[in-house]
Design a protein around this ligand. Structure first.
Ligand code: MN
Length: 463
């Protein structure tokens, strides 16, 4: 394989972010009688001058890390008060809702030598699923977002892991601080249905008590704003699930006369699946609580839920009940049509891959699923030792990975695999992991919210 691998051990606790050195205030160490004082001493607050800084985010990281280790979950508001949480989610939500469905991510620099010297790069991250300590490690290890280090996250920030809220809020803070350097795409778990089954909703209720419902609602509103896909440097397409179908009527669609003699399309022939175009992706309506699996707005569900297959062709994803399966021929068609070299998608962890004997396992956090004339299709999964909670003694012991794409062409992926940060703080799960099925397959479609937006569902409490 042409990629470079790198083995990274995180068995020792990573050093704190360089800019998050312990508070310089000498009184900090003597706060209260706790053996391990809260690094921030006082509850966090939005910076008084209104703008987030690198130091502020380092403080947020340290405080959330500390609270996850020393406080009970319902005590989180003593570190992260509701008004701060609300302001953070709202600020990020406003930015996210203005972004297009498919982001065009380019490193604008006019000094090539300087870009090369400074190691300009894009870091791509897969599913993280509430494994906050592993996310802290990843950010530190990949070298924090900055002017010449763009981060693209492929979704699935919440659910399963116990610190979905901390994880999501930290990433939102980075987004607000560097909106043109940090990009957060939507995963299938950033939805009402998934968060109600896999733990995030309950997590928010436990952590914010009476204020839980309004916090959860604000998070859902933010999820609706997350863009669906990105194209990096014109050469790399990334999305949580992957490719998607065309929803424009095909010539074979039946047409008949409507009541007033107008031609109307009565039936879009779904038996003929055709790859969708980027133009169609840009036009899709993504502000839905749950991407619909029926009707005409099918692109968000495809992009968030689809999986690759070694078999050629495009077919309905029967295992999941939503989205598609696409073969190497579709990968080639898409890459060639848009002059792309890579597709980087996520969505399948070690548990999902354990059941798919036609594709490689997720032991190292990534797999190369299709190698075609125009390029490659990669699956990237960034939650090591996943899932956090498992009914069986036997664990997958998978490593997580992230990908670095380097200036100038960004098309040669450099893979970095890493181990989980251990030991994890001991805490209970927020979903019944012994009963909930391992993977996201076989959705309970009836309980999904088919296509409505929070605007329609909670019209009295929109804020
Ligand atoms: Mn997923």
């Amino acid at each position: 394989m042409s990629h470079q691998g790198e083995e990274i051990s995180s068995s020792s606790t990573p050093p704190p972010p360089s800019s998050s050195s312990p508070p310089s205030d000498p009184t900090a160490a003597s706060v209260g009688s706790r053996s391990c004082p809260n690094p921030t001493e006082t509850p966090l607050a939005w910076p008084s001058d209104g703008s987030l800084t690198r130091e502020w985010i380092a403080g947020l990281t340290a405080a959330l890390d500390w609270s996850s280790r020393h406080l009970r979950p319902p005590e989180l508001p003593s570190v992260l008060p509701l008004p701060l949480l609300q302001r953070l989610v709202l600020a990020a939500s406003n930015i996210l809702h203005k972004e297009p469905n498919c982001l065009r991510i380019d490193m604008d620099g006019d000094d090539d030598a300087e870009m090369r010297r400074s190691g300009a790069a894009v870091v791509v991250v897969g599913d993280v699923h509430g494994q906050f300590h592993d996310v802290i490690f990843l950010l530190e290890h990949a070298g924090f977002p900055s002017e010449n280090r763009i981060f693209v996250f492929n979704g699935d920030y919440v659910d399963r892991g116990a610190w979905g809220l901390e994880t999501f809020l930290l990433l939102l803070a980075w987004k607000v601080f560097l909106p043109h350097r940090v990009f957060l795409l939507r995963g299938n778990h950033e939805s009402k249905y998934c968060t109600s089954v896999y733990g995030f909703e309950k997590e928010v209720m436990v952590k914010y008590g009476d204020q839980g419902p309004q916090v959860y609602r604000k998070c859902l509103r933010c999820f609706e704003g997350l863009p669906l896909a990105s194209i990096i440097a014109g050469r790399v397409y990334t999305a949580h699930g992957g490719l998607f179908r065309s929803v424009s009527p095909t010539p074979s669609s039946k047409r008949s006369k409507g009541k007033k003699g107008r031609k109307v399309i009565t039936n879009v022939d779904t038996s003929i699946l055709k790859l969708g175009s980027l133009e169609e992706l840009l036009k899709a309506r993504r502000t839905v609580l749950d991407p619909p699996w029926e009707g005409s707005n099918l692109i968000p569900g495809d992009v968030l839920w689809s999986d690759p297959s070694p078999k050629p062709g495009l077919s309905l994803n029967e295992e999941r009940g939503i989205g598609l399966l696409w073969g190497p021929d579709c990968t080639e068609e898409f890459l060639k049509k848009y002059n792309l070299k890579l597709i980087i998608r996520s969505h399948e962890g070690p548990d999902a891959r354990d059941k798919r004997h036609d594709l490689a396992g997720m032991d190292n956090g990534y797999t190369i699923d299709h190698q075609v004339e125009s390029g490659k299709l990669i699956t990237l999964f960034s939650a090591p030792d996943y899932p956090q909670f498992q009914a069986t003694e036997e664990r997958y012991n998978n490593r997580g990975a992230y990908i670095v794409l380097h200036f100038p062409d960004f098309t040669t992926p450099e893979f970095h695999s890493f181990e989980a940060v251990k030991p994890r703080p001991k805490v209970g799960a927020y979903y019944n992991f012994e009963e909930v099925i391992d993977s996201d397959e076989e959705l309970d479609l009836q309980s999904m919210d088919n296509g409505s937006s929070l605007d329609a569902v909670a019209s009295t409490t929109v804020d």
